[in-house]
Design a protein around this ligand. Structure first.
Ligand code: FES
Ligand SMILES: [Fe+2]
Length: 425
């Protein structure tokens, strides 16, 4: 349970809020690289309650500017992306990628006036197929977001995004919530094609969940341990990287008929504003094999083109206003939820809590320990930033962090067996 006060502190990320100040110390995914072409259409970006517009210049550089023109606040989303700048269509003021006003069509002679005008702009970097933005103090820029998945060849990685209609912390906590997976995502029949966990995989078989974690300088690492009797224990190890990334193991498929594979998956729950977040879903192969077309389609995950409306800011097709297209007949016969796609199921339960859930009314049990650990780390980071310090996760210590899952013989401790592999190249 959280006090109303702490709930407010953790969920609000707009300019000038304590959590907003902490968030602004990290690189934030803003959109996919492929959404921006040189001189192509600009895209709207909503991040931490700020309304921005992104474009790629003739020379290939990316501009991320305040959406509203410095002249009379017309949306630059309507603008013309031409010759290394974005031009407002109202009076023709033109801005370069750094936010300098370089031309005024209605004040052609007013050179000194032009030099005084600046449009807010944020630095960006492209990595792993994403455009990342930094919205904090220029002198406190963190290390580049070189997550391992961003450093493998394009053939071996995939990233997608999909909107979620609730506060970012609900999404993150839903990811950190370990005990729900074999329940919410359960399939009632092994032939089901709706996305879910079939009853024969180890983590659906191990009923009791034990959790263990170590605080690290990027957040924490943890293990979910499910005893399997004489077989030993099924262990999944994860990382929480501040402020909103979860790295999870994916060597075992959710389907018992699929082979093991050298993959790691993860999500980032990025605040758009206090009532909406953008979920970035990434996966990579660290073996010889590239990702398959099926891996990229994400049909079982519920994040691909059949689930997110790319032409409409990646808004989900399955959402609260259509009841997530829950199929009651399928709920009786096919899957526990009757909802299509594993992450659609996640978004449904998270969005069903309301825009900002009231954590003063919750009852957390022992399997919710990682949710508490996450909140503690976030509250600490807010305090550190308010005291002028460097919050956890702005260095490079998470670059090689991997999630690993395996079955360990009885009596073998997870750190002893898996720690090296959890940070291996
Ligand atoms: S409002 Fe943009 S140029 Fe006038
Ligand atoms: Fe889930």
């Amino acid at each position: 349970m959280l006090s109303q006060e702490l709930n407010e502190l953790l969920t609000r990320t707009g300019p000038g809020t304590p959590m907003g100040d902490a968030m602004r110390r990290y690189w934030m995914p803003a959109l996919l690289s492929r959404e921006l072409e040189p001189d192509g259409s600009p895209r709207r970006v909503r991040l931490l309650g700020e309304q921005l517009v992104a474009f790629r210049s003739t020379g290939g550089r990316i501009g991320l500017l305040d959406e509203f023109c410095a002249h009379r606040r017309t949306s630059l989303f309507l603008g013309r992306n031409e010759e290394d700048g974005l031009r407002c269509i109202y009076h023709g003021w033109k801005y370069d990628v750094d936010g300098n006003c370089v031309e005024m069509m209605n004040e052609p002679e007013a050179l000194s006036f032009l030099k005084k005008v600046r449009q807010t702009s944020y630095p960006t970097v492209e990595m792993g197929g994403l455009v990342w933005a930094y919205m904090g103090p220029p002198e406190r820029k963190p290390a580049l977001p070189k997550f391992a998945w961003t450093q493998v060849p394009e053939s071996h990685r995939h990233v997608s995004r999909i909107g979620e209609e609730c506060n970012w912390l609900q999404g993150l906590e839903g990811g950190m919530d370990n005990s729900h997976a074999p329940i919410l995502h359960r399939l009632l029949t092994t032939s089901a094609n709706t996305g879910g966990v079939d009853g024969a995989v180890p983590f659906a078989r191990g009923k009791v969940l034990k959790l263990d974690h170590d605080v690290t300088d990027y957040g924490f690492r943890y293990a979910g341990i499910r005893p399997l009797g004489s077989e030993g224990s099924y262990v999944r190890t994860y990382h929480f990287v501040m402020p909103f990334t979860q790295i999870r193991p994916a060597q075992f498929s959710n389907r018992s008929d699929e082979p093991q594979r050298p993959q790691v998956h993860g999500h980032m729950w990025v605040p758009m504003d206090d009532e909406n977040c953008m979920v970035y879903n990434w996966k990579y192969s660290y073996g010889e094999e590239p990702l398959s077309e099926e891996d990229r389609l994400e049909n079982h995950d519920g994040n691909g083109p059949e689930f997110a409306d790319e032409a409409n800011d990646f808004r989900p097709f399955y959402h609260p206003r259509n009841g997530w297209q829950q199929d009651r007949e399928a709920q009786r016969t096919v899957s526990f939820s009757g909802i299509r796609g594993v992450n659609t199921q996640d978004r449904a339960v998270q969005e069903s809590m309301g825009s900002i859930m009231d954590r003063s009314k919750e009852h957390l049990g022992p399997t919710d320990r990682m949710i508490i650990a996450t909140r503690n780390r976030l509250v600490q980071a807010v305090g550190i930033v308010q005291d002028g310090g460097e919050p956890p996760g702005v260095g490079d210590s998470y670059y090689q962090a991997k999630g690993i899952e395996t079955i360990l013989p009885q009596g073998v401790e997870w750190r002893e067996a898996l720690l090296d592999e959890m940070y291996s190249k």
